[in-house]
Design a protein around this ligand. Structure first.
Ligand code: ADP
Ligand code: ZN
Length: 523
């Protein structure tokens, strides 16, 4: 199959049929793989252009393409749109009369259609199966494929039957799974269920070149926000907070300072929420202070900034909320105000939830990555893209880390001290205890566990407890150290740390200007 279709043919067809000059990067790769006969997982954001990834191969391949989609209401639109382009397609679902359904099934056997849209439930229908067995199915596109994963946000049991249905087909079609859900877990799940090679996953298009990401630490949050708003007079923006109480308190504070703010959270009545949303939409209020209840369905394109007053629970949530800035393509700022106390709040939320242990563990691990985002010195946009599995090597050049001026310092020696201390403590303790041992604290627990007898006790006694803790955070963020996924995480050595201990790798860190950090209260 590999040599049968050329890239030129595909580009030609793109121009002819759709009138587009070129493929987006992800599309090209996906289509190339599909035409080469490789089962493929395509992950692109909403609006990224997933439809073309299966429609175009469908036109080029012989036989039919089955498109499995959970969205019955959208099938008709897709079929109509294809009709406009001169491509014969149809959908079979429960909205059709018996006669109409028979008519369309007949059409399939006569080879009238290139694409057939169905809901997953249809696959179990015997007469549909018989008809498909009489034609060549070249490609099966699974739209909204995250519905197959329990880790996805929209799991549907009917999607679980797709793999066995695929196996039951008389000849094996190429499989193309598509989704906008980009977490690694969902990806891995789909690869597993559909036997897609990791190397045949294509993740693209999640970068937001008009957004500038910032992490700000050690500030007085209210003072920061007051100042920030002064610099962003008359620009619409959102401030996300983690609780309803916090939303009301911050709104009161800002209203007293004569800022025109609105509030939105799950504790308000439906009419209150609608009114608040509309005030923001029509620029009657400038700043929206909201919990994560504010999001679904907001369609305001000129949001210029999204501030996070508290730490979000994970990077998916963060990127989705921050991503509400700059939807018009103009510049937007996404600022996360970090304080150590917020970690506790999020840990508490996870601990209190009714979910099972494995799910909680998973949430702790996601939270850990969120914390690492706050402590990394690498490019923030790149870190987010890596989290979603996108291979992006170029730093963005815009985020607060990319723009940070200042030298890096070799701190390999200090890192080695920390690592050997972690090792001596048998990787059984958390950040605070390690920092206490290194600074030679006379804390009771340190004595009780005989940790003051360790050769690493007091190795860093010229440093403050806070600065050693911050250094450990940094080493975790850069993945020299790992943290267990639990409410009281313990620190362990990663392979990178072993390399440093062996003298095979250096640890560099930014030199920070000497500032007093009034608020920091890390655990
Ligand atoms: P998704 O299914 O990923 O949400 P769609 O397939 O609906 O996205 O595509 C989103 C929009 O982008 C559509 O209007 C589509 O016509 C347009 N589009 C897709 N591919 C290209 C391209 N290569 N060049 C220009 N526009 C494109
Ligand atoms: Zn950057």
């Amino acid at each position: 199959m590999a040599t049968q279709y050329s890239q030129e043919q595909a580009v030609q067809l793109l121009k002819q049929t759709y009138g587009y000059e070129q493929f987006r990067p992800g599309q090209q790769k996906v289509i190339h793989q599909v035409l080469a006969g490789h089962d493929t997982l395509a992950i692109m954001p909403t609006g990224g252009g997933k439809s073309i990834c299966y429609q175009l191969p469908a036109m080029m391949l012989e036989g039919v393409t089955i498109v499995i989609s959970p969205l019955i209401s959208l099938m008709k639109d897709q079929v109509d749109a294809l009709g406009q382009l001169g491509v014969e397609s149809t959908y079979i679902n429960s909205s059709l009369s018996y006669q109409e359904e028979q008519h369309r099934l007949q059409g399939i056997t006569e080879g009238k259609f290139k694409l057939i849209y169905v809901a997953p439930e249809r696959l179990e229908n015997q007469s549909f199966y018989r008809i498909l067995s009489s034609v060549t199915v070249s490609l099966v596109a699974i739209d909204e494929a995250h519905c197959m994963s329990q880790w996805g946000h929209d799991f549907r049991p009917s999607y679980m039957n797709i793999p066995s249905w695929l196996d039951s087909l008389p000849s094996k079609p190429v499989i193309l799974a598509l989704t906008a859900t980009a977490t690694l877990q969902v990806q891995e799940d789909l690869q597993l269920h559909l036997s897609i090679l990791p190397t045949h996953s294509v993740v693209t298009g999640f970068a937001r070149p008009n957004l500038q990401f910032q992490v700000v630490k050690g500030m007085d949050k209210r003072a920061y926000i007051t100042k920030y708003l002064e610099h962003h007079q008359s620009e619409p923006g959102i401030i996300y907070v983690s609780t309803r109480k916090e939303a009301n308190q911050l709104a009161d504070f800002l209203n007293k300072k004569h800022w025109n703010t609105g509030v939105y959270h799950g504790g308000m009545t439906e009419p209150e929420r609608t009114a608040s949303q509309e005030d923001f939409l029509y620029d009657r209020v400038q700043v929206m202070i909201a919990t994560n209840a504010f999001g679904m369905g907001i369609n305001k394109s000129n949001v210029r900034y999204v501030l996070h007053y508290n730490l979000p629970k994970n990077l998916e949530a963060y990127y989705q909320e921050a991503g509400r800035a700059g939807r018009d393509g103009e510049k937007g700022e996404c600022v996360l105000l970090f304080s150590g106390q917020d970690i506790r709040t999020q840990q508490f939320f996870i601990e209190q939830s009714e979910a099972d242990e494995q799910f909680k563990k998973n949430e702790f691990s996601k939270l850990q990555k969120m914390i690492s985002y706050c402590h990394t010195e690498g490019c923030l946009q790149t870190m987010i893209l890596h989290y979603f599995g996108e291979e992006e090597e170029q730093p963005c050049g815009r985020c607060s880390n990319c723009l940070h001026e200042g030298e890096s310092q070799d701190c390999t020696k200090e890192a080695q001290m920390v690592f050997s201390c972690v090792k001596r403590m048998r990787e059984r303790y958390g950040k605070l205890m390690i920092a206490q041992v290194l600074t030679g604290s006379s804390n009771q627990k340190v004595k009780q566990f005989n940790l003051d007898q360790l050769p690493t006790y007091g190795l860093m006694k010229n440093q403050t407890l806070k600065s050693v803790q911050a250094f450990i955070d940094y080493l975790v963020a850069e993945e020299y150290l790992g943290r267990t996924n639990s409410e009281f995480p313990t620190i362990k050595l990663n392979e990178l740390a072993v390399n440093v201990l062996l003298g095979q790798q250096k640890v560099m860190r930014r030199v920070e200007p000497e500032v007093q950090r009034p608020e920091e209260q890390d655990e």
